[in-house]
Design a protein around this ligand. Structure first.
Ligand SMILES: [Fe+2]
Ligand SMILES: [Fe+2]
Length: 191
């Protein structure tokens, strides 16, 4: 029989209820790598107007990161950096950063979170915008790393580039997203 909590309002829950939910949440979280891979595969039929799909763009960015010697957390960041395009079209970078945050070092989360802004350097001037907005972060310890990341990103719209397949990156996705996650619910602010 399926185990369920006793409450209808969270405020009425017991310790047993919350221990049960914690156990079930842990089991659910274990499926994250497969859900992320499924979300990536779904990007194979979108990205209208570009010469390649969002999936190929993601794979190509990760391929370039790997070829440049990036460590595997940053390669994962490159693979997932646009995974939020479908659900957060105006702030997709934040969504990807949110997925990564519990599993990778803060530098990688920051780079992914900022890539949307940094990337405008490569096109904003064509639309009457300010391509130098990223300079508000000048002097930040990860500024140069984000600029380099966006070089991989902006170059990864090439149908002729030898892009590695998703199968190549699957072990890395499973390895990192199966780590013991940092859970922000239990960490006091400022620690
Ligand atoms: Fe992006
Ligand atoms: Fe991108």
């Amino acid at each position: 029989m399926t185990r369920v909590v006793s409450f209808r309002h969270m405020a009425d829950g017991t310790r047993e209820d919350y221990l049960l939910l914690e156990e079930l949440e842990r089991e659910f979280a274990a499926g994250l790598p497969e859900r992320v891979l499924a979300a990536l595969r779904r990007l194979d039929h979108s990205f209208e107007g570009y010469r390649i799909t969002r999936l190929v763009h993601s794979l190509q960015t990760a391929t370039r990161a790997e070829a440049a010697g990036a460590d595997e957390e940053l390669v994962l960041g490159a693979l997932l950096h646009d995974v939020g395009d479908e659900l957060a079209p105006f702030n997709h970078a934040e969504l990807a950063a949110g997925i990564l945050r519990p599993y990778v070092r803060p530098e990688v989360t920051w780079i992914v979170e900022q890539h949307g802004l940094f990337q405008t350097y490569h096109y904003a001037h064509h639309l009457g915008g300010d391509r130098h907005q990223r300079e508000r972060h000048k002097g930040h310890p990860w500024y140069d790393a984000c600029v380099a990341f966006c070089e991989w990103d902006q170059a990864s719209f090439d149908p002729d580039y030898p892009t590695r397949p998703l199968a190549h990156f699957e072990p890395l996705v499973r390895r990192i997203l199966s780590r013991e996650a940092y859970d922000p619910r239990w960490i006091a602010p400022g620690t």
